[in-house]
Design a protein around this ligand. Structure first.
Ligand code: FAD
Length: 886
């Protein structure tokens, strides 16, 4: 019997839950001095690591994501993936095309322009692309740390069938009877297996029937091959085939799509397609943009005014709102955002027990009624419907019966509407089971899970699809859960269900990797632990937000903010290694939000906080002149200490009230210069009255020679980007100002704010000679970026564009136009003088600098400072040229 070498950490199961946990964990280790090399073992029963079932070869190359990339992957991972896609798209698309069939061809044709422009964000991409990317990411990270001699990693292809604890270590028994001991185990085995519906076998094949119970086992391509053989034989015998797909979830749509992609042609003699699902409804795909915007979650909104809330009352209101949307025939694709945001906001008011009930009983039930999918999947159904070859039965599978007269099978099902058993009049020949996973009470669940429950190492929670875990995501000391089996828990005050969603997996893997890091990191001292403990006790009024949903809701609640405070801008403007957070603080009727970017200080365990490029600082509601910031600051210090954050820097926003009050006597507030603004409320004439006379002349001339258009097409945007880069080259700008092309595109796509690009077209030559980008949120519009074509600065296109934007913004009812200041915050350079020709109104703009751990700060300064840059903050970064955006 083989015994493997004892290991520090073992991942059981190697899908994206394990991969993201590992990537995050290794990033933390990379910054730490370790007393000894850590050994890590990764086990999977399938001979492919890092991708799991959906993103690897088990799903093949031509299956697509069930959401757009924008909804699938959160930042900053999304941008990293897009950059990788841009570099690898040629061979990826080739492989996708080679494996796929007619529908794959159609997809490529339909999205040719987006692919050409690297405009991936709204596409439902082939899942395998992401699998190859994540596999590369994990391998690179492992190699980096192995080269630094910090870790050694072993991959084992076996199934783990039992785990036994002995003397603070876990002994794992593998399917080849080998043993492996590990100090820490991460159980990341994915969702529970699918319920086999008939005969408890993977595939049943008889004369007139192919019944597939597990389409992804051993992989989808071999299942399609099996179907291909079966259909060919029937077709050669001139027999028509009726298809029954049981279930109406993403897998069911995927199977239908793949059948039609590969086997849709006439040669297979496919006849009718029937879906059987309890609710009798297919996921929705088409967004009705206009009705989406006016749809309100009336019942959930009503609850906002109620003091006493429960999981049940929120779920009831959500179901009622879903019913209302059904009545007006508005599908889930158009209502899911509104309904989810409305119940998400209410959940923040629930106590632990009620959150737990919601996680266990209601989250998934609401989710089942709000299923969405991509149009490419639902179009397959629409096409079949047009040919009258599709039927959707609302009911539950009971059995199949052999009609011996013709040796064909008939379906017996429980009809949802009448509750009675029915026989369907069609004979079915190809049946695919897509009903979804079994639950933990099923005696057919994998042996490993049965044994873990029998030994009491894992206890099923009330959701019946997840194990109860503590704050460290453990079911037992050093036995951690990651992925779908976390369903039904409350983690960091959030009710957790459906941990199949990639964004949720990434978030939870961040939590687990920090827990793992802390337990292995010897530098972790008592002081920090104490601070952490006290931070836990103040959670009710101090929270750190990282999820878009929570961030958006918070801004909505505050009401008064600038685009620099939004989630999307933080994710777009943060660089690699900068993690956006929004600190939320509530004290009586005061609400404060402080958005920051948290970044590691290279080769230390410490971090610091900075702000995005622009005018940021805290936003607030209810802060008046009597506000005492003592409590807020105590909470901030506790949080910073607990997270090893030693300094904070932010450029404040001169238009938001009370920032100075909130930060009163906290670190240093240093005046950095002035910014110029225009009040858009008076009449256009009155506003123009503030212009310098020379400016008016310039604008008049520019208006005679140029026309102004709003950039609408990709080509317009590309021209603007080129102009901008050209300008940056001309002024020898620092690397920081060369924003990526994706940055511009994503700014335009965001729904968090409105981005407008105006272009000046020279009438004589029809050339675009200038472009400016403006961004507005709420009442404020900001002049963001600009470019003028070489040789045309005398025509002053930028002045004309600002003037045009002023007119448009006034007409749109905005109240303030910020033009910003000079270079590096200067209020005495040519840029500042140019801006001040538009308005006499200016505002003082401050920098906030706060050292929260003086001792460490000073040590770092001694080790890492360029002595010539005394004003740099934080000073220990003065040799890294990071705060160039000042
Ligand atoms: C077909 C399909 C399509 C999907 N599409 C999407 C999508 O488009 N968008 C989206 O957000 N989500 C999608 N999902 C949801 C998906 O479950 C999650 O995104 C994610 O893959 C879960 O990751 P995981 O690592 O937890 O589980 P998995 O990917 O299932 O990985 C678990 C791994 O554990 C291994 N394993 C299990 N038991 C053992 C054992 N005892 N010993 C050793 N190894 C073991 C398995 O072989 C597997 O490789 C899809 C899921 C499926 C099945």
């Amino acid at each position: 019997m083989k015994n493997y070498k004892k290991t520090d950490i073992t991942f059981v199961g190697s899908g994206i839950s394990a991969s993201f946990t590992l990537i995050n964990f290794l990033s933390l280790l990379d910054k730490t001095l370790l007393s000894k090399k850590l050994s890590i073992t990764i086990i999977d029963r399938y001979a492919e690591f890092n991708t799991g079932i959906p993103y690897g070869e088990r799903s093949g190359f031509s299956t697509l994501l069930i959401t757009s990339l924008k909804n699938f992957l959160p930042e900053p991972e999304r941008t990293r993936f897009i950059v990788w896609l841009n570099e690898n798209k040629t061979w990826l698309l080739e492989a996708y095309k080679n494996e796929g069939g007619v529908l794959t061809e159609q997809w490529l044709h339909k999205h040719a322009e987006e692919i050409q422009n690297n405009d991936w964000i709204d596409l439902f991409l082939p899942r395998r692309f992401f699998g190859i990317y994540i596999d590369e990411r994990v391998k690179q990270k492992i190699k980096l740390l192995e080269n630094k001699n910090k870790i050694e990693v072993t991959f084992i292809k076996e199934e783990v069938v039992d785990i036994a604890e002995n003397d603070n270590t876990y002994n794992m028994v593998l399917s080849n009877d080998a043993n492996l001991c590990s100090k820490k185990v991460i159980l990341s085995v994915g969702s529970l297996p699918v319920q086999k519906l008939w005969k408890n076998k993977e595939v049943i094949e008889t004369e007139n029937l192919l019944f597939v119970n597990t389409p992804y086992e051993p992989n989808l391509i071999s299942t399609i091959d099996k179907m291909d053989r079966f259909l060919r034989q029937r077709s050669q015998a001139h027999k028509k085939t009726n298809v029954l797909i049981i279930g109406a979830n993403a897998s069911a749509l995927e199977i239908l799509y793949k059948l039609n992609d590969h086997l849709g042609s006439n040669q297979y003699n496919l006849n009718d397609f029937v879906f059987l699902s309890t609710q009798g409804r297919t996921p929705d795909a088409v967004i009705d943009q206009q009705r989406k915007e006016t749809f309100e979650a009336v019942h959930l909104n009503k609850l906002q005014r109620k003091n006493a809330l429960s999981a049940k009352s929120i779920a009831k209101a959500a179901f009622e709102d879903i019913k209302e949307s059904d009545k007006i025939q508005l599908g889930a694709a158009s209502t899911v955002d509104t309904i989810s945001a409305a119940f998400g906001a209410l959940l923040t008011r629930l106590e632990y027990n009620e959150l737990s009930k919601f996680a266990c009983h209601y989250g998934n039930e609401i989710g089942k009624k709000q299923r969405c999918a991509g149009e490419h999947y639902t179009n397959t159904i629409e096409n079949l419907k047009k040919q009258e070859r599709f039927e959707h039965l609302a009911g539950r599978f009971i059995d199949l019966d052999l009609d011996e007269t013709n040796n064909e099978y008939v379906l017996k099902y429980l009809d949802t509407e009448t509750g009675s058993e029915k026989w369907h009049d069609k004979k079915f020949h190809l049946i695919i089971n897509c009903v979804g996973s079994m639950n933990l009470t099923d005696n057919r669940i994998p042996k490993l899970l049965t044994r873990l429950m029998q030994k009491g190492y894992c206890k099923m929670n009330e959701s019946k699809i997840g194990f109860a875990v503590n704050n460290a995501l453990e079911t037992k000391k050093n036995l951690h859960i990651m992925g779908p089996l976390l369903a039904g828990n409350v983690i960091n005050n959030n009710a957790i269900w459906h941990v199949e969603h990639c964004g949720r997996i990434i978030w939870l893997s961040g939590i687990l990797s920090k827990i793992m890091y802390d337990s292995f990191n010897k530098v972790y001292d008592i002081k920090t632990e104490n601070a952490l403990k006290s931070a836990e006790t103040i959670e009710s009024n101090f929270e750190v937000i990282t999820l878009k949903r929570d961030w958006d809701l918070f801004l909505k609640d505050i009401g008064h903010y600038d685009f620099y405070h939004t989630y999307d801008y933080h994710h777009l403007a943060s660089s690699n290694g900068e993690n956006p957070i929004l600190i939320k603080y509530i004290e009586n009727n005061v609400i404060i939000g402080l958005p920051l970017l948290i970044r590691d200080i290279y080769s230390t365990i410490y971090k610091d906080a900075t702000s995005v490029y622009g005018y940021v600082g805290p936003i607030s509601k209810g802060v008046d002149d009597n506000f005492n910031n003592n409590n807020f600051i105590t909470h901030l210090i506790k949080y910073f200490n607990a997270n090893n954050i030693i300094s904070v820097f932010s450029r404040l926003n001169p238009y938001l009230p009370k920032q100075n009050k909130i930060l009163f006597q906290v670190g240093e507030l240093t005046p950095q210069g002035k910014v110029i603004c225009m009040d858009l409320k008076p009449s256009l004439e009155k506003q123009r009255g503030e212009y310098r006379n020379r400016l008016k002349t310039y604008i008049n001339k520019a208006r005679r020679e140029c026309s102004v258009v709003v950039a609408k097409t990709n080509s317009d945007l590309n021209t603007f980007i080129d102009l901008y880069y050209e300008n940056m080259d001309r002024v020898n700008a620092k690397k920081f100002y060369y924003f990526s092309k994706d940055y511009f595109r994503l700014l335009l796509k965001s729904n968090d704010f409105k981005t407008t690009v105006l272009l000046a077209v020279h009438n004589k030559t029809n050339e675009i000679i200038g472009g400016s980008m403006f961004i507005s949120t709420k009442a404020i519009i900001q002049y963001h970026l600009s470019g003028t074509k070489a040789g045309y600065s005398k025509l002053n296109p930028t002045k004309l564009l600002i003037d045009e934007m002023r007119i448009m913004a006034h007409q749109q009812g905005l109240s303030l136009f910020n033009l910003g200041g000079g270079l590096g915050g200067s209020d005495d350079d040519s840029l500042f003088h140019f801006k001040s020709s538009f308005s006499k109104q200016s505002k003082q703009f401050n920098l906030w600098k706060w050292i929260t751990n003086k001792q460490v700060y000073n040590e770092l300064v001694l080790a890492k400072t360029d002595n010539t840059k005394k004003n740099y903050f934080p000073l220990y970064r003065s040799i890294e040229d990071i705060n160039v955006q000042l």
